[in-house]
Design a protein around this ligand. Structure first.
Ligand code: ADE
Ligand code: ZN
Length: 336
């Protein structure tokens, strides 16, 4: 049960957000404003009609609309405005640190230069009071050659992002398809993450660890189907960036009351709470905490664990990590 006191705690506690696709933060109002200023035509007559179309049945049905929404992004200012809007919203949710995914291939395929994308997003990160870093994702429905070409495009901008990830349609595009490009990214000193075990089986999580050498698993909720894998994830303390509202909207779980977040925590997994694509799934990170805490048997001790996990799992320097974790301790000392 979510009391007012517990809601206050989860909303006000300092937290990191580690699984947010910046293109998934583009609200329908901003999509329409950008379409108008850029002369892009949309398949929907109004903001309301677009919102009505957000009735997804699975990951692919969402991705089709998500890529259509991103088609309004053309100029560096568009990428700046989208990112600044997300960071302002994250700041209001007491997010102290965000590691933000972006999908350059969605834009370069439409003729938008790579530097337009990364310069706009990265400038907004610099201008924000939230500590913000970027993770460049490869679209797994495209070829590994295209991912390698994207990493080459990104090389001159190496200082503007901290890692690479793997997103888009999971089933049928296993981690091993991207072995070479992840090896190359590792040689460049980049952090490595991958979506796995969202719709795909536990074997995708294992292969992301063994073949891609990722440091975190995005989603990973299907790990519970494989007890040996769970044992390993606990032993190696591999973080999972869980996205509760996304999992309900894309029907990974039928209802929030059946989400496995509490089980993941009980097993000692480093689970974190994140928004994934907040404009499409009904809320930002605090909405995800509130929805999960309303539906599941979670209390203040779980809130503290999740806040700590979010910073433990972050790609922060040890000193910054210690400072954020101390902030969590001090918050909970004042809110026992
Ligand atoms: N791209 C944006 N959101 C995604 C998700 N939840 N899974 C895979 N790819 C995505
Ligand atoms: Zn995602």
């Amino acid at each position: 049960m979510l009391t007012d006191q517990l809601r206050n705690i989860v909303e006000r506690m300092p937290k990191a957000e580690l699984h947010i696709h910046i293109e998934g933060s583009l609200e329908p109002e901003l999509i329409f404003a950008m379409a108008q200023r850029n002369g892009v035509s949309l398949a929907y007559p109004s903001v309301e009609a677009l919102r009505q179309a957000y009735a997804f049945t699975d990951l692919q049905s969402f991705l089709d609309i998500y890529y259509a929404g991103a088609s309004v992004l053309l100029t560096e200012q568009d990428f700046y405005d989208m990112t600044a809007a997300y960071l302002a919203r994250a700041h209001a949710d007491n997010v102290r640190h965000a590691e933000i995914f972006f999908d350059p291939q969605t834009h370069t395929a439409r003729g938008v230069p790579f530097e337009t994308v990364i310069n706009g997003i990265s400038r907004a990160c610099h201008d924000s009071p939230v500590s913000a870093q970027l993770i460049m994702c490869f679209l797994r429905h495209l070829s590994e050659e295209e991912a390698i070409a994207t990493l080459e495009d990104a090389a001159p901008h190496r200082d503007k992002f901290i890692g690479v990830g793997l997103d888009s349609s999971e089933v049928g595009h296993p981690p091993e398809k991207f072995a070479r490009v992840f090896d190359r990214a590792r040689e460049l000193g980049l952090h490595l993450v991958a979506h796995a075990g969202e719709e795909g089986p536990p074997a995708y999580i294992r292969n992301a660890l063994d073949i891609l050498n990722v440091e975190r698993i995005d989603h990973g909720v299907r790990c519970l189907e494989d007890p040996l894998l769970v044992e390993r994830l606990v032993r190696e303390q591999v973080p999972l960036t869980v996205c509760p509202l996304s999992n309900i909207k894309l029907r990974v779980f039928d209802v929030m009351g059946k989400h496995n977040l509490r089980d993941l925590l009980d097993k000692g997994l480093v689970a974190t709470v994140n928004s994934d694509d907040p404009a499409y799934f009904g809320g930002y990170v605090n909405d995800n905490y509130v929805a999960a805490f309303e539906a599941l048997p979670l209390d203040a001790s779980h809130a503290k664990q999740l806040a700590k996990n979010s910073f433990t799992a972050a790609f922060l320097e040890p000193e910054q990590k210690r400072a954020f974790l101390a902030e969590v301790e001090s918050f909970f000392a004042q809110h026992p």
